[in-house]
Design a binder for this molecule. Structure first.
Ligand SMILES: Cc1cc2nc3c(=O)[nH]c(=O)nc-3n(C[C@H](O)[C@H](O)[C@H](O)COP(=O)(O)OP(=O)(O)OC[C@H]3O[C@@H](n4cnc5c(N)ncnc54)[C@H](O)[C@@H]3O)c2cc1C
Length: 507
């Protein structure tokens, strides 16, 4: 099977599990109803439709069953029951993912963590908190704020996305330039493995001996098990935060300012860039008051000790002006800062004002390739007649091109998909990645072969098979080529211990 043969939307039935027959969904439901509290198991078709997609609504599949566990024990019961009945399962947090990672299986169970929203502990002395997986990202900061602390990972969806989803996607946000992604803020986790066992990954000590399974789990997109509690790091709120908005006539100029700032050894908490089209969309949506006539804006935020921030702020201002900024503004108070960020944070939804449909793309390039890649995107756009708005975390080269189209025009969706794929090719060609923070999910499995060799993919598959030899946990995501766990091709095949132990099964 080649990458292009991979089942896409609607095709979400299980691979045949050799020798074990099809999933026994009926038996699984009966057992779940007997073991879980009333109302925890949903099979009503109308109610199930609520869960048919995540934030990427072009992929849809109604699950056979939804389970709403209230605690870790109920998650373990659910997963063990699925395992016994050969039923695939998918975890879901808030469903804001943009890569169809939480796309359900039409013959499987969707384990939704929305009833697991307890903050179990805020331990300020040790600068950490323990939370259930359904806890909303921003609620961690709200719980820590009275003590002068916060949770650093700040995806733009932080008012609704769950910490469990953040862990699975290794989510980032504007401030990840300085503070790192979710993986840098998770100390330990309790996880239910695909056979229903409960294990602890990581621990109180910074560098636990043995393999870094915590590191392997964060970013594994729900394919290695279900997280039931997470110990996260809390950071002390900085003494001073300053936010600057600079207007440039082109993205080239703004890109040069970014390079100058980083080359000077300054590490801002965030540097975000928006191009002309995304500025126009944000203006229409939230009236953020960005500089009129700008071909690009930069938002630069500095934080840390007051004296250092004030000094660096003056330098950053100068770099922007020297590289052509025609207007540089600094937020005078929290309200102005919030308005500057509102424009950026609303950008994805805002493009709905200027286009009936759009694809939110997510790719990474080395920062130095920014001007070249932006020029190539503009050429692609001009050649195809497909408009592309650009919003990005400029400091770490994470692009979010928004590919605009009107699905009521024949052929428009296909053209937009082509441009979107070509942008990812550009990212790979320049030494970057097909995803920065939104994950591979079901949507980008078809691009994995463009970035990784078969040997690379086999090696990742070994890890997956070690956790989930029966291939029941979020199958069909991340990997482009379904293979038997004991059948990873290549020179190591004969030595695969799972094959020798007779544990091979289709993933
Ligand atoms: C407007 C908007 C802005 C966004 N901005 C950003 C951004 O700035 N940065 C960013 O990184 N992302 C962003 N996203 C994407 C998304 O919000 C993140 O990926 C987020 O972490 C997903 O969390 P969720 O709870 O919605 O997860 P879901 O969408 O429910 O699930 C995502 C994945 O996590 C798995 N999962 C969920 N819970 C568990 C669990 N308990 N155990 C194991 N696996 C689990 C699912 O199986 C799935 O694979 C944005 C999305 C939107 C709609």
């Amino acid at each position: 099977m080649s990458a292009t043969d991979i089942p896409r939307q609607g095709e979400t039935t299980s691979p045949s599990r050799e020798g074990t027959g099809p999933p026994d969904v009926e038996g699984c439901v009966a057992r779940l109803r007997a073991s879980l509290p009333e109302g925890a198991v949903i099979t009503d078709r109308q109610k199930l439709r609520t869960y048919e997609c995540d934030g990427l609504s072009s992929h849809r599949s109604v699950p056979a069953v939804v389970v709403l566990p209230e605690d870790a024990e109920q998650v373990a019961t659910t997963v063990a029951t699925c395992s016994e009945h050969g039923v695939p399962f998918v975890a879901r947090g808030s469903g804001t993912g943009l890569s169809a990672g939480a796309l359900p299986r039409s013959d499987g169970v969707l384990v939704v963590t929305s009833r697991m929203r307890r903050i179990l502990e805020v331990d300020i002395d040790n600068e950490r908190a323990v939370v259930e997986p359904g806890v909303i990202n921003l609620d961690v900061t709200k719980a820590a704020a009275p003590y002068g602390y916060y949770f650093a990972p700040d995806p733009s969806s932080q008012q609704v996305c769950s910490v469990g989803g953040n862990v699975a996607e290794n989510s980032g946000g504007a401030h990840c330039l300085k503070y790192g992604f979710t993986t840098n803020h998770v100390l330990s986790m309790t996880v239910v493995t695909p056979d229903g066992a409960t294990v602890e990954l990581g621990g109180a000590a910074r560098d636990a001996p043995g393999y870094d399974l915590l590191g392997a789990f964060v970013g594994s997109e729900g394919t290695l098990g279900v997280v039931t509690s997470i110990t996260v790091r809390l950071l002390r709120q900085p003494e001073r935060v300053r936010t600057l908005l600079a207007g440039f006539s082109s993205t080239d100029e703004a890109g040069e300012a970014v390079s100058a700032i980083i080359a000077a050894g300054v590490t801002p908490a965030a540097i975000e860039m928006m191009d002309e089209l995304s500025i126009a969309a944000a203006e229409q949506a939230v009236r953020c008051g960005y500089p009129e006539g700008a071909g690009a804006v930069l938002i630069v935020e500095l934080d840390g000790p007051e004296a250092e921030v004030e000094h660096t702020f003056t330098e950053v201002r100068r770099y922007c002006t020297e590289r052509g900024a025609f207007e540089v503004r600094s937020a005078a108070d929290e309200a102005e800062r919030a308005l500057i960020w509102k424009g950026r944070k609303s950008a994805f939804a805002a493009v709905g004002r200027i286009s009936p449909d759009y694809i939110v793309q997510d790719g990474v390039i080395p920062r130095t390739a920014l001007p070249e890649v932006l020029r190539r995107i503009a050429e692609l756009s001009a050649r195809s007649g497909v408009r592309v708005a650009n919003v990005f975390h400029a400091g770490d080269g994470n692009l979010h091109p928004l590919v605009l189209f009107d699905s009521s025009v024949p052929g428009a969706s296909e053209r937009a998909e082509e441009v979107s794929g070509a942008i990812l090719d550009l990212c790979v060609e320049h030494g970057g990645s097909i995803t920065g923070e939104h994950g591979v999910g079901a949507d980008k499995v078809r691009y994995m072969g463009r970035m990784f060799t078969p040997q690379d993919l086999d090696t990742m598959q070994y890890v997956r098979c070690a956790f989930d030899p029966a291939g029941m946990c979020n199958p069909g995501k991340v990997f482009p080529t379904p293979r038997l766990c004991g059948e990873v091709p290549g020179p190591r095949r004969g030595a695969h211990p799972l094959a020798e132990a007779g544990l091979a099964d289709e993933f």
